[in-house]
Design a protein around this ligand. Structure first.
Ligand code: SAH
Ligand code: SF4
Length: 411
């Protein structure tokens, strides 16, 4: 039996909202070093000859110490801190909701201020604690333009791309909430080592297609992996794509993170139905792009994600075709039991079927972990994210609970 705990009572919410960003000022979060220097000089508050040094100081406060107020930057003069505060923002987004699953998974609903003529937007970020590591699942877009038929996010229209700042803010705010930045007593300069961190890994597997927001995703991930700041190893960052073939090579070349492909089918007819972008970039092109992924080796494999849909893609014939398709590619196959959502026509494969499928792939020489569904009770599992005005109505929640009790959700 699962339950969800919503710790966001009105007091907590008001307290969290009071720390939220003032919408109008430009943010320093998400800028490259060069952009930050330019912004400081253009604002007339830092002379050009000091810009490099100031950027270094700010970078450290923002990304090593994780501060979200200029007043906490003790080695910067009070006058400059005031000037910075007048021109720039570094505050976190508003936390509209924080939910904690029975299994420890956390889901946040963040609200970002309006950009230009747009409206404020809300997105979801999920934290999955596991033995020896903690993974943050980050969103790249509000909604998604693609319409994979088994994905809840795909039923929410694209509202807009997230900015680099908003992508990074998910990591910064999650680390705040998890107590994952060094506290005041830690000697200045200390970067928390990867094994001591609550967020040790990140996956671009939240809402949206990251390769349809390439520049912002690239900028955010380069900052997240910057050795003098957040310092996450690129090997601990995975970007998942539904198969935007023209951007795959650039992902390896310009960002250099690990790649995951949402495959889900091993023939074009079925993949056209499940992952419609396949009609534009069919399997042949996708697999070809994978073979050419920069840095690919046995130590740096591509993860192929495969959602287990009952009587759709889960037969031994499918497993055989999958092995054949991936022949020669250093690969790991991640089997994801389908996570149900209200209104879907799909069901999760039976556990026995999933195990047989996994055994077949294993015997063919591929690591094929079955991903344990996490946080289903708070709709935080893969493909269940959806936000904004589209949050679940009460009737939909009840329908979902009924599905869980009927067993589809309790793999
Ligand atoms: N848009 C990107 C990244 C986000 S989706 C992509 O499609 O790769 C993260 C993963 O969850 C993808 O592999 C996606 O296909 C899978 N997924 C989507 N809906 C799901 C569901 N209902 N159950 C299980 N996995 C799902
Ligand atoms: Fe978009 Fe990925 Fe969902 Fe497909 S699976 S609709 S690409 S978020």
């Amino acid at each position: 039996m699962t339950f969800s705990l919503d710790i966001t009572d009105s007091n907590t919410r008001a307290a969290l909202a009071s720390r939220a960003a003032a919408p109008q000022k430009a943010s320093l979060v998400g800028l490259s070093r060069a952009e930050m220097a330019e912004a400081l000089v253009a604002a007339g508050i830092v002379p050009e000859r000091q810009a490099r040094m100031r950027v270094q100081q700010l970078w450290h406060w923002l990304y090593v110490r994780g501060v979200s107020e200029f007043s906490q930057m003790f080695n910067i003069s009070k006058d400059l801190r005031t000037a910075l505060d007048q021109h720039f923002a570094i505050a976190r987004p508003e936390i509209v909701e924080e939910q904690i699953s029975a299994d420890g998974t956390r889901k946040w609903l963040f609200r970002f201020p309006a950009r230009g003529a747009g409206r404020p937007v809300e997105i979801e970020t999920v934290y999955i604690p596991e033995e020896g590591r903690g993974t943050l699942c980050i969103s790249s877009q509000v909604g998604c333009t693609l319409t994979c038929s088994f994905c809840h996010t795909g039923t929410q229209k694209l509202v807009r791309n997230l900015t680099a700042e908003e992508i990074l803010a998910q990591l910064l705010t999650a680390r705040d909430r998890l107590g994952d930045f060094p506290d005041r007593d830690t000697p200045a300069g200390a970067i928390v080592p990867a094994d001591g961190r609550k967020v040790s890994n990140i996956v671009m597997m939240g809402m949206g297609e990251p390769l349809y927001n390439f520049e912002a995703v690239k900028q955010a991930l380069l900052i997240a992996s910057d050795g003098d700041g957040l310092a996450l190893s690129k090997r601990r960052i995975t970007l998942s794509t539904s198969g935007v073939v023209p951007e795959i090579f650039r992902t390896g070349e310009e960002i250099g993170v690990m790649l995951a492909i949402s495959l889900h089918a091993s023939n074009d007819d079925l993949r056209d139905l499940l992952v419609p972008i396949n009609k534009k970039y069919p399997l042949k092109d996708l697999i070809d792009a994978c073979r050419k992924y920069p840095g690919l080796s046995n130590a740096r494999r591509i993860t192929f994600e495969y959602v287990m849909l009952k009587d759709v893609n889960d037969s031994l014939e499918d497993a055989k075709a999958l092995v054949h398709l991936l022949k020669g590619i250093p690969a790991k196959i991640n089997l994801i039991p389908f996570n149900p959502w209200p209104g879907t026509n799909y069901q999760c494969s039976d556990w026995e079927t999933i195990e047989k499928f996994a055994d077949f792939i294993n015997n063919a020489g591929y690591a094929s972990p079955i991903r344990t569904p996490r946080g289903r009770d708070i709709l935080a599992a893969c493909g269940q994210l959806k936000s904004e005005s589209e949050r679940l109505k009460k009737s939909e929640r009840l329908a979902l609970e009924a599905m869980m009790i009927a067993g589809h959700g309790e793999a």
